[in-house]
Design a protein around this ligand. Structure first.
Ligand code: GLC
Length: 687
C-alpha cells in the first residue's frame, strides 16, 4: 500500500507516474516538525534496523550511520566522506524484524538524511524547502516494496541489446584514426567489443552537436563502416551550450528563449568545458523538444547511443563568483598574510566551482512560475535525460536507443541508465561501486555500471582485472579513464589475455544476463539485490555488504582487495559455484549453505547459482550481434527437471512483449549425459 502526503506547494517533478490522492492524517512512523521552511521527519531506529536505498551514494549497502545530502553534485574527488554524489534518489527502506516500510520524498531541492549520524538510534530526514510529496510504502517483503515503488514511478529504461556488450571509452579519443586504432586492436586480439565512446574531444572546441570536420570527415560513413563490424559509436553530450552568437545551437535556443535566466531576465552564464555557456531550461516542455531535436544530425549520421554529462549542472565558475572571490581575497592585499588569512584567501577560490551562490543566481520556468534553480536543482540532469529520450522517440519510435547520464533523479530511470560518475582507480572505489548497485536498482536504475578500471589516477593491471570481473555482471560494462592517466585499454597491459578471457565470459553469459535484466525490468523487479531481499530471515545474509543477488537465481562475490587470491563468501543456501577463467574454462563446485573460503587467482571469478536454477552459457563471440544464442551449455545443481524462461527479442523493440519473448526450456538431469560433478547436470541445448 502506498500513501501520499503533501507539504507546501510542490512542483511536478515527473518522478511519479501514478497519481494518488493526498492523505489528510499524520504521516505514520515519523514525528513531524518544522523549522522555517524546513519539514523535518524524525524516527527512532531499533538496534537491529537496516536501511536500504538512496541510490547513488557512498558507503555501504546498509545506509545507516552517516549523513547524506540529496544534492546532485559534480564530485570528481569523492571519497567515503562525500555526502552527495551525481544523482539524488530519495527512497529509503526501513527493515527490521519488527517493521518494514519505505519512505520516498518527491522533493527536487536539498534533502538531508541523518541516518543515525547525530544519534545512532535516530534518523532525521529534512526537506530544506518544505515543498514535497511524501510517500509511505508498506508491503510484506523488501522485493514487494521495490516493486510497489516502481509501479508508482514507472518501468525502468530498456537499453538495446548491443548496450550489454563491452564498451571502450577514454577521455582523449579525438579522431576516426584513433578510434579505428582502438577497434582494430580489439578485433586483432579477439577482445570482444560492441561500442566506443566519443568523449568531448570529438567536438569542435567542446561545443555540443558539432564534430571536428578534419578528424571526422564523414561521420555517417565512419559509423556505417563500424556497424558492418558490429561496432557502435557513443558520443557524449554536455548540458551547457556555448554562449556564442553564430553557434547554431545557441542561436536557435536564443530565438526561443530556451536558456535559464538570472533575476534581471538576462541569460545565466557559467563556464564549463567550452568556456562560457548558457543552460537550457530542461524543465520546460518546449525547451526539451528544441534540445531533443538537436541530436538529429548525429542520429542521422547513424548514432544510436549517447551519454549525457555535466548535467548536475556542473558550473566551473561564473563571472560573479570570480569577482566575489577576488573581493574577498583582495581585502588582504595590502596587509601581511598570516596563515589564517592564507587559508581564507585559498578558500575564496577553492569554492568557486559548483558554488551554492551560483545555483541561487538563476531561474527556471515551471508551470508558468519562475522558480529559483536551487529549489529544483536535482531535476536538471533528469530532465536533460528526458529531453534526449523524447527526441530519440520522435526521431525513431521503433527503436531503443542507448542513453546513460551522469546526473539523475527518480523518474529518469524510465528514460535512461546511469554511470556512477568519476571514480578513481582505487580498490575502495571498486567496493563502493558494488555497494551502490543494489540501491540504484531499488530506485529503478537497472542499467548502470561504473567506469571500469577507475576514471581518475593510474590503474594497475590487477585492479583493472578485478574491476572487469565485477563488470562482467553489470548491465553497463564500460572501461573509461581520464585524460593524462595511464592508458587503460585492455591491450595496454601484459596480462591482456586474462582480461580478454574475462570479457569473453560476459559474452558467453550475455543472452542469459540480458534475459535476467529484461525479466527484472519488465516485471518491475531488481537485477541486483542485497542478500536481505532474498533471505530476510537469515540474520547473517541481511548484513552481507560485499555480495549481491543477481537475477532470479544467481549471486556474485567479486574479489575487492589487492593481492588477494581468494575471499570468504557466505552462502545463504546450498549453491553451485561456477569459477570462471574464460568462456570455456571454468570449475563447477557444489557448496553447502554456510561460510566458505574460496580460492580465486587473479584470473578467476565466481558466479554462484541457487539450486534448481539453470545457468545458460553460449559459446561467446566478439560482438553481441554475432553471438549464437541458440546453442547453450546448460548447467544446474539439481536432481529434478527444472524450467527456465529465456527472454529473447530483436534487442531493439521499444514495446517489448514479455510473454511473447520468452522461450521456455525444460532441463531434465535424467536426460543429461553423466556428469563429472556429482549433483550437477550439464548438457547441450539447442533452442
Ligand atoms: C566528466 C565526466 C567524464 C568525462 C569528462 C570529460 O568528468 O564525468 O566521464 O570523461 O567529463 O568529458
Amino acid at each position: 500500500m502506498i500513501r501520499r502526503y503533501t507539504f507546501g506547494n510542490p512542483v511536478d517533478t515527473d518522478a511519479v507516474f501514478r497519481h494518488l490522492p493526498a492523505e489528510d492524517g499524520n504521516v505514520p512512523y515519523f514525528t513531524l516538525s518544522r523549522d522555517g521552511e524546513k519539514v523535518i521527519l524524525t524516527v527512532s531506529l531499533s538496534p537491529d534496523e537496516i536501511l536500504f536505498g538512496l541510490g547513488e551514494s557512498v558507503r555501504g549497502i546498509n545506509k545507516r550511520g552517516f549523513l547524506f545530502r540529496s544534492w546532485c553534485s559534480d564530485v570528481f574527488n569523492h571519497t567515503e566522506s562525500t555526502e552527495s554524489l551525481y544523482g539524488s534518489h530519495n527512497l529509503l527502506v526501513f527493515f527490521s524484524p519488527s517493521r518494514l516500510f519505505g519512505v520516498y520524498l518527491d522533493d527536487p531541492g536539498l534533502v538531508t538524511w541523518d541516518l543515525g549520524y547525530t544519534r545512532s538510534d535516530t534518523a532525521v530526514i529534512t526537506s530544506e524547502n518544505g515543498n514535497l510529496d511524501l510517500y509511505i510504502i508498506e508491503e510484506d517483503s523488501l522485493c514487494g516494496i521495490a516493486r510497489a515503488f516502481r509501479r508508482l514511478t514507472g518501468r525502468s529504461y530498456l537499453p538495446p541489446r548491443w548496450a550489454f556488450g563491452y564498451i571502450q571509452s577514454r577521455w582523449g579519443y579525438a579522431s576516426e584514426q584513433e578510434i579505428r586504432a582502438v577497434t582494430e586492436e580489439h578485433r586483432k586480439r579477439h577482445i570482444p567489443l560492441d561500442a566506443v565512446c566519443m568523449d568531448i574531444d570529438y567536438m569542435v572546441d567542446f561545443r555540443n552537436f558539432t564534430w571536428k570536420p578534419d578528424a571526422f570527415p564523414d561521420l555517417k560513413k565512419f559509423s556505417a563502416e563500424l556497424k558492418e563490424d558490429h561496432l557502435r559509436l557513443v558520443p557524449i553530450i554536455d548540458a551547457g551550450i556555448p554562449a556564442s552568437p553564430g553557434e547554431p545551437a545557441y542561436d536557435s535556443g536564443k530565438a526561443c528563449g530556451a536558456f535559464c535566466k538570472k533575476e534581471d531576465g538576462s541569460d545565466f552564464v557559467a563556464a564549463v568545458w567550452p568556456g562560457r555557456c548558457v543552460f537550457p531550461d530542461f524543465l520546460r516542455a518546449d525547451v526539451r523538444t528544441w534540445f531533443g531535436d538537436l541530436y538529429r544530425p548525429l542520429l542521422e549520421a547513424g548514432i544510436e547511443g549517447f551519454w549525457n554529462d555535466m548535467n548536475e549542472p556542473a558550473l566551473f565558475f561564473t563571472d560573479e563568483g570570480i569577482s566575489d572571490a577576488f573581493s574577498r581575497a583582495g581585502q588582504f592585499r595590502d596587509g601581511q598574510v598570516e596563515y589564517e588569512t592564507m587559508w581564507f584567501i585559498k578558500d575564496a577560490f577553492n569554492g568557486i566551482a559548483n558554488n551554492m551562490a551560483d545555483y541561487r543566481r538563476f531561474y527556471h520556468t515551471v508551470e508558468g512560475r519562475s522558480v529559483r534553480h536551487d529549489r529544483v536543482h536535482n531535476l536538471y540532469g533528469a530532465h536533460m535525460t528526458r529531453a534526449s529520450a523524447e527526441g530519440f522517440r520522435r526521431f525513431d519510435p521503433d527503436r531503443r536507443f542507448l542513453l546513460f547520464s551522469r546526473s539523475s533523479f527518480i523518474g529518469a530511470h524510465r528514460n535512461g541508465g546511469l554511470w556512477q560518475g568519476d571514480n578513481f582507480s582505487w580498490w575502495s572505489h571498486l567496493k563502493m561501486a558494488l555497494q551502490m548497485l543494489p540501491n540504484l536498482n531499488l530506485c529503478g536504475f537497472l542499467y548502470s555500471g561504473c567506469d571500469l578500471g577507475g576514471f581518475g589516477c593510474n590503474v594497475t593491471e590487477d585492479l583493472l582485472e578485478r574491476f572487469l570481473q565485477l563488470g562482467v555482471f553489470t548491465p553497463l560494462m564500460r572501461n573509461h579513464s581520464a585524460l593524462h592517466t595511464r592508458e587503460q585499454e585492455i591491450y595496454r597491459f601484459s596480462t591482456w589475455e586474462i582480461m580478454r578471457d574475462t570479457v569473453s565470459v560476459r559474452y558467453a553469459l550475455l543472452p542469459f544476463l540480458y534475459s535476467e535484466f529484461m525479466k527484472a525490468a519488465l516485471t518491475d523487479g531488481m537485477y541486483f539485490r542485497p542478500l536481505a531481499f532474498d533471505y530476510p530471515a537469515d540474520a547473517r545474509a541481511v548484513r552481507v555488504e560485499d555480495q549481491l543477488m543477481l537475477g532470479e537465481g544467481c549471486m556474485i562475490a567479486p574479489v575487492l582487495e589487492q593481492n588477494a587470491v581468494g575471499r570468504y563468501v557466505y552462502l545463504p543456501e546450498d549453491m553451485l559455484m561456477v569459477r570462471f577463467r574464460s568462456a570455456s574454462d571454468y570449475d563447477l563446485i557444489p557448496l553447502d549453505k554456510g561460510d566458505h573460503r574460496i580460492s580465486l587467482g587473479l584470473n578467476e571469478f565466481p558466479l554462484f547459482m541457487k539450486k534448481d536454477h539453470p545457468l545458460l552459457i553460449c559459446a561467446g563471440g566478439e560482438s553481441s550481434e554475432t553471438l549464437d544464442d541458440r546453442h547453450f551449455t546448460v548447467l544446474c545443481r539439481t536432481d529434478r527437471p527444472v524450467g527456465y524462461d529465456l527472454y529473447r527479442d530483436d534487442g531493439t523493440d521499444p514495446r517489448p512483449d514479455l510473454s511473447a519473448s520468452l522461450t521456455h526450456m525444460t532441463f531434465d538431469p535424467s536426460q543429461a549425459p553423466a556428469s563429472r560433478v556429482p549433483g550437477v547436470a550439464i548438457s547441450s541445448v539447442l533452442l
